[in-house]
Design a protein around this ligand. Structure first.
Ligand code: NA7
Length: 552
């Protein structure tokens, strides 16, 4: 046994963490600071998680760099200089690598190792983890830091294997980059990844054909280089700004205009939207008025504004008609931030195919076949780029065959959708923690802040368990049931459940439609603080003596 452990069972590690993205790296750092022996398994060959894999051209964060960064060490945030308002993927990956080196994290990171299964031993209250190198390892705490957008949604188009050209996925982009010069390229998917990559691919390709199933709302990111002065202003009051974001519903400073969209004149609304469009850009748009996400009539006003903009930008009226969402709800699917997306459809080498009514029929040896009212249409292409998104929030958790108490499988337990208490733990799986799991704010917040809060909460909890000699922590069934209901009740107050989005899992064929993130980071933080203050209310904590007696 590790001699720092108060518990009698010998394990290889105190904690095993899966994933070396921002969550896994910080988890490792915190637990090591507490004197625990930790091993992190990572399937990739480097750190960075989603930013390690999503290297497609134009990949960029939609949260501002000075906020999308760690806050646990003031020296780090004072020394690091973000070059742009919204960071490009290479800059975020550079930061992740800097953090790994700065805190000597690599010593406990094991790359190129996929975790296949994990099972809980009730008698010894430990987890056994099996990896794809044929080895197993044991630990008392098992922490899934596997991210929310880490398993690709890969539609199984008939004939794809027969395609003679090149196939790429934005979520698993070749590290050496891709040259599209002189190529005829098909791009499938118009979410954030498709919208960001389209202008870049169009610049190289001889022809780019975008296949759009659902038109999406997108607004200019208004990205720009950050000046020294801007960076210094933020750094001089970083503590205050970080505290402020902890009190915000999305854990970021959206500059909320705390007025109803329906309480002002159409002229005033237009003025506010124009200002957001021209100056703030990006997700700040959702804070143009305080009821855009709660009132569908208010939401219609922003939808009309963006639709007008699309018609104003795209010169070909047919393309504009296809690109402009009809009866769409802005923000229901995550609002996209772009740089020159709609403008790209004014290029002579860019085509747009509406596959909303006539889905892609098959991939042939030479391209993509669509069958619709106009009969069979074949699009000959050299390359296909899939920007078809992710099996979000649960994909990576269920990618590991996790078996809890009594051999119960997490896949079975969550067959009708994920069930958690606080997005942290699930009944039947003691000492398994999820960082930013379903039922926590996660993707509906600045992920870096949600990671900060969850990692601190998990490490504080583990410290408490260690010092109190507690061998197991697990939610009470009633607490989990109440939390799942609460997550849904809050979602039902908003426009989020009104469309098919990856927040609901409805982008993946066969996945149960359940709203997964918790809306309201600030209320979530208060709830967690209250739970801890009340002695981990809603959790069952099993002291070692009782457990030993029970199993003797
Ligand atoms: P998204 O936002 O899930 O977008 C995926 C896109 O792929 C979306 O337009 C889908 O259309 C389309 N799609 C998926 N399957 C198909 C098939 N079978 N045929 C045609 N089109 C298809 O993923 P992203 O990677 O762009 O962005 C994910 C998040 O990453 C983003 O929200 C940011 O938070 C960062 P649909 O809308 O389902 O009709």
């Amino acid at each position: 046994m590790d001699d720092r452990s108060p518990i009698t069972t010998r394990t290889d590690f105190d904690a095993i963490v899966v994933g070396a993205g921002f969550a896994g790296m910080f988890m490792l750092h915190r637990l090591r600071q507490q004197g625990l022996k930790v091993r992190v398994f990572e399937r990739g060959s480097g750190v960075g998680g989603t930013w390690f894999w999503n290297r497609y051209p134009g990949a960029r964060c939609d949260t501002e760099s000075m906020e999308y960064s760690y806050q646990f060490d003031d020296a780090l945030q004072q020394e690091w200089n973000w070059p742009e308002r919204y960071s490009a993927q290479p800059d975020i990956l550079k930061y992740a690598n800097h953090v790994a080196d700065r805190y000597n994290l690599r010593a406990d990171l094991q790359f190129n190792t996929k975790v296949l299964s994990a099972s809980f031993d009730e008698a010894r209250h430990l987890w056994t983890i099996a990896t794809d190198d044929g080895k197993t390892a044991t630990a008392r705490y098992f922490i899934m830091a596997t991210g929310t957008l880490s398993v690709a949604n890969k539609p199984k188009f008939a004939g794809l294997d027969s395609f003679k050209g090149r196939v790429f996925y934005t979520s698993d982009w070749p590290h050496e980059g891709v040259d599209f010069t002189g190529r005829r390229v098909a791009l499938i998917g118009t979410g954030s990844s498709g919208i960001q990559s389209t202008p870049h691919i169009a610049e190289q390709a001889s022809r780019l054909t975008v296949f759009q199933r659902t038109p999406n709302f997108s607004v200019p990111a208004r990205n720009r280089p950050l000046s020294d002065e801007e960076r210094n202003v933020t750094k001089s009051r970083y503590g205050e700004l970080r505290n402020f974001t902890y009190q915000q519903p999305f854990a970021t400073n959206f500059h909320m205009n705390d007025v109803s969209a329906l309480s002002v004149s159409p002229e005033e609304r237009r003025r506010v939207y124009e200002e957001r469009w021209n100056q703030h850009g990006g997700l700040h748009f959702m804070a143009a008025f305080n009821d855009l996400l709660f009132n569908s009539e208010a939401n219609k006003t922003i939808a009309e504004f963006i639709v007008d903009k699309i018609h104003g930008i795209v010169k070909d009226p047919k393309k504009a008609e296809i690109l402009a969402p009809k009866n769409g709800v802005v923000g229901c699917k995550r609002l996209c931030s772009d740089t020159g997306y709609f403008e790209t459809f004014n290029r002579d080498n860019v085509d747009l195919v509406d596959v909303s009514q006539s889905p892609i029929e098959e991939v042939t040896e030479t391209g993509i076949r669509v069958e619709g009212d106009e009969g069979i249409r074949d699009f000959g292409v050299d390359d296909i780029v899939f920007a078809t998104g992710f099996d979000a929030m649960t994909g990576a958790l269920l990618g590991v065959d996790i078996k809890g108490r009594g051999g119960q499988s997490l896949r079975d337990k969550w067959a009708a959708g994920p069930r958690t208490y606080l997005g942290l733990q699930t009944v039947g799986f003691p000492n398994l923690f999820m960082v930013t799991g379903p039922g926590s704010p996660s993707v509906l917040s600045n992920m870096m802040v949600s990671i900060d809060q969850h990692v601190n909460l998990i490490s504080d909890t583990i410290r408490h368990l260690e010092s109190a000699g507690i061998v197991e922590i697990e939610p009470q069934q009633s607490a989990e049931d109440a939390w799942v209901s609460h997550v849904n009740e809050v979602a039902d107050l908003t426009v989020y459940p009104t469309c098919n989005s990856w927040y609901l899992g409805s982008n993946v064929p066969g996945k149960t439609r359940v709203f997964m993130p918790y809306i309201g980071f600030n209320t979530y933080v208060a709830k967690c603080q209250d739970v801890v203050a009340k002695g981990y209310e809603g959790f069952v904590l099993v002291p070692s003596e009782r457990k030993e007696a029970a199993t003797a």
